[in-house]
Design a protein around this ligand. Sequence first.
Ligand code: SAM
Ligand code: SF4
Length: 463
Amino acid sequence: MTDLDLAKINIIEDDKLLKLLSTRTGHSEVKEILKKGEELKGLDLNDCAKLLSIQGDKLLEMLFASAKKVKMTIYGPRLVLFAPLYCSSFCVNDCDYCAFHTRNPASRVKLSLESIKEQVEILEAMGHKRLLLEFGEHPIENPIEYVVDVIRTIYATKKAPGEIRRVNVNIAAATVENYRRLKEAGIGTYQLFQETYHKATYKKMHHGPKADYQRQLLAIPKAYEAGINDLGIGVLFGLYDYRFEVLSLVQYAQFMDKVLGVGPHTISVPRFQSAHTVNLQLKHRVSDRDFLKLIAILRLAVPYTGMIISTRESPEIRRQAFAIGISQASAASRTAPGGYKTDNDQATGSQFNINDHRSLDEVVQDICQLGYLPSFCTACYRLGRTGDVFMKLAKAGTIHQKCQPNALTTFKEYLLDYASPETRQVSEKSIIDHMKLIENPQTRKRLNENLKKLEDGTRDLYI
Ligand code: SAM
Ligand code: SF4
């Protein structure tokens, strides 16, 4: 599909979505919609609008209970962990919300490949296996050649037993040609957030090349055209009415499904946080209650899409979000280039402030205590189970048979190589409990063999 063809499609139907915001509903209708959501077939825009209108505690509890069921049916108890790696704060844009905007007079940092290696070794020593790369938009400082060199450097940095096995990338909207180069360099997911789907707000908040709403909106199909089929979307919650943004995310997911033949691999739910030199008076700040509500609605609306939460959120909110829909979480993050070298996770030079300051080990321990299974799995991407191949397995429910054992082997690897004695102790029971969820005797046998091999020193085992 050409740019011209894409430009003809009205991907986000603002008027229709805005009208839907006045929809109201009652107890029995909510029950019907939740029942439909629990059938794992997703929800349409009307259903989502009705759920977005829910106010009372009782209905909200019912919504959370349904989202919890869907989360457990599709993702089981697993939570995939990763860390962001900020590579360069050089940026030509002046986005109102971000500390890397041009109005910030502070000097910028672009990591040399040597510094990238150093950062990666620190992340590997914590036990991370997946990274999400972050760059400001700067054609001269951060050209595609630099991004590709960074990716290659990361994959080549292996300080035993550490290695990064999947590199996801968040760079500004690019050309098909540049996306091809990312694909060749071996990226996992390409993520790009629309920030806000509301055109007037988008225009107001952005200055510079990113101010082109269509460029941002059509970047995902361009990346797909270049052969990248694990694609992540998101909005920055707080810029505009969260109800409109949720409907837009669902409509965008529908567009991807229909036109590209593959829905979003992930939806991220970043919420605006304070940041150096950012002075935004937000009219649409999202409360904790609404934040959890929107996660639950997205869980029901697009059940096969992974959902990502970051350390922008406090441990308490993250715990609640895990229960009702989140399947991936960052941990021990720094949001400044070079940040992993310091103990200060709020250093000037950071893109925004974070609210979860725990180490990876503390997060892992907490996750286990809550009954979830931490996973460092990267198997699907490495076995070519991406895009629609992954979706088909997910929809048939067979992906569980891969994810659960792979989560267990990667978790065991973490315990052997990196965990504190306390985490090891807490986890012993959790490994036994999570093994019980594997019903297939063949899979269980293979898993037991792999766990034994790990004890004997082999690494990186997956099915
Ligand atoms: N520069 C690229 C772009 O803008 O698309 C890469 C993304 S940027 C490094 C990562 C994301 O951080 C942005 O897409 C935005 O949603 C988010 N972000 C920026 N400022 C933020 C803030 N103050 N609070 C929370 N998230 C923020
Ligand atoms: Fe630059 Fe991205 Fe920050 Fe905007 S959000 S100022 S494009 S780094």
